[in-house]
Each structure stands twice: as structure tokens, then as C-alpha cells.
Design a protein around this ligand. Structure first.
Ligand code: C5P
Length: 238
């Protein structure tokens, strides 16, 4: 008799490696829930900037955390600002899905997420969203810290030049045109901040499958991940 929950899949990697597109497609094909952990952190950064609090002001950040709720609301597949993924990010009930995509928010998020108080609030929330299984989590530490026991862990990487090109195109698609060199500098700075921080740094989780997407289509990356899911299911089927 099997009574195992559906698998948890984690996809981590640096900015622009293709995590969001890939995770959305993998979740869609499996009928799983998608948890974009970066969006949750970006939402907190949005609240911080709106309140005029600096990420270095730990007391101010603590007070803000105490009065801020961040949630992913499932709205069905309506093709909206989330690229059709069917969810919205809410801060104290306000929809900020589109507003959190700017490079400024990205950089503030990267500074904010180095703080223990921030991770202590968000990690349990993300674990709760993953608890029932049948979920794809994407971010920087989902396979190393949030769900180290996930059935399938993926580390998605790509060359910096290719990641910067993708980020520029993604920003343009959101109506935020930017030149290639400044996007590349922002991505490189975020890589450094995310990899060198003490808490939950970006790194390949033990047991993760590495996929280098530099020269791969989204479809090829998705198929590799679905293959890893199938293999994991075979191993756990009884
Ligand atoms: O993936 P995204 O670009 O939306 O992430 C924004 C920032 O959020 C990252 O640069 C990183 O600093 C932070 N983040 C994190 N842990 C995660 C997901 C995102 O620290 N699991």
C-alpha cells in the first residue's frame, strides 16, 4: 500500500538561470503548486522600501516584520502579471505581484535576506507551503535549508553573460527596459551577495542534480527535471 505524499521539487540557482520559467512549467505539467520563494522575499523588500526602512536597520526591520504578512494567493490561471502562473503576492492583503519585479527591489531583497530575523520568519512559512507535497519550490536555499529532504533537488546554473541577457529581456517584457551592462553588473552583485552571505548562502545542495541551462532550451531543462522526478518516483514507489 502506498500512502506517500506527492514529491517536493526544489530548484535553486543564481539570478537569470531560468528558474522561474522552468519551475512554472514543471509545476504546470505535474499539476503541482508553485512556490516562488524569491517573490515572498521581494514582497518583504517592497514593504521595507515603502516604509523607508533600510535593510541595515535591524530594529526597524524587526518592527516591520512584526506588522507585515506576506502570502501567495492562488487566483487560478488568469494569465496576469505573474506570467500566467495563477498566483499573486500579497503584502498585508495588497497585491504587489507586478511591483516587486524592479532591479531596485531585487538588490534590496538580496541585502535584506542576509538577516536572520527575515529568514526566521520566511523559512517556516515556506516549509508549511511544502508540507503536503506536490509542490515546486524555487529560490536560493530551498534544497539546502527549506526542504533538504525534498525528493528532487535541482541546481540550475548558466553563464553570467547568458543570465544577464535573459534578465534584460525579462525586464523589457515587464516594461522595464535596461541596458545590458548595467543588468550584468546588477546580476553579478546579487550573485556575490547571495553566495557570500553567512546565512543560507546560494550553493548547490547535497544530492542535487546540476543542470547548466546556458545552451539549453526551456523545454530541454524541463524534460531533464521531469526525468529526475520520474526516477525519484520509481525509487519510492512500493
Ligand atoms: O529569485 P529572485 O530574483 O526573485 O530572488 C530575489 C532575491 O531574493 C535573491 O537575490 C536572494 O537574495 C533572495 N532569495 C533568497 N532566498 C531564496 C530566494 C530568494 O535569499 N530562497
Amino acid at each position: 500500500m502506498t500512502c506517500r505524499r506527492d514529491p517536493v521539487i526544489t530548484i535553486d540557482g543564481p539570478a537569470g538561470a531560468g528558474k522561474s520559467t522552468t519551475a512554472r512549467e514543471v509545476a504546470r505539467r505535474l499539476g503541482f503548486r508553485l512556490v516562488d520563494t524569491g517573490a515572498l522575499y521581494r514582497a518583504l523588500a517592497w514593504a521595507l522600501m515603502r516604509a523607508g526602512v533600510s535593510p541595515e536597520d535591524e530594529q526597524g526591520v524587526g518592527a516591520l516584520l512584526a506588522r507585515t504578512t506576506v502570502e501567495l494567493a492562488d487566483m487560478g490561471d488568469d494569465g496576469g502579471a505573474d506570467g500566467g502562473a495563477g498566483w499573486r503576492v500579497l503584502v498585508n492583503g495588497r497585491d504587489v505581484t507586478a511591483e516587486i519585479r524592479t532591479p531596485e527591489i531585487a538588490l534590496t531583497t538580496s541585502r535584506l535576506t542576509a538577516l536572520r530575523a527575515v529568514r526566521d520568519k520566511m523559512t517556516p512559512l515556506q516549509r508549511g507551503l511544502a508540507a503536503a507535497g506536490g509542490v515546486v519550490l524555487e529560490g536560493r536555499d530551498t534544497g539546502s535549508v527549506v526542504c533538504p529532504d525534498a525528493e528532487v533537488k535541482v541546481y540550475l546554473d548558466a553563464d553570467l553573460t547568458e543570465r544577464a541577457r535573459r534578465r534584460r529581456d525579462e525586464l523589457a517584457a515587464h516594461g522595464l527596459p535596461a541596458d545590458y551592462e548595467s543588468v550584468k553588473a546588477e546580476v553579478a552583485l546579487r550573485d556575490r551577495q547571495d553566495m557570500e552571505r553567512e546565512l543560507a548562502p546560494l550553493r548547490k545542495p547535497p544530492g542535487a542534480v546540476t543542470v547548466d541551462s546556458t545552451a539549453l532550451s526551456t523545454e530541454a531543462v524541463v524534460l531533464r527535471i521531469l526525468d529526475a522526478v520520474e526516477q525519484a518516483r520509481c525509487c519510492t514507489r512500493s
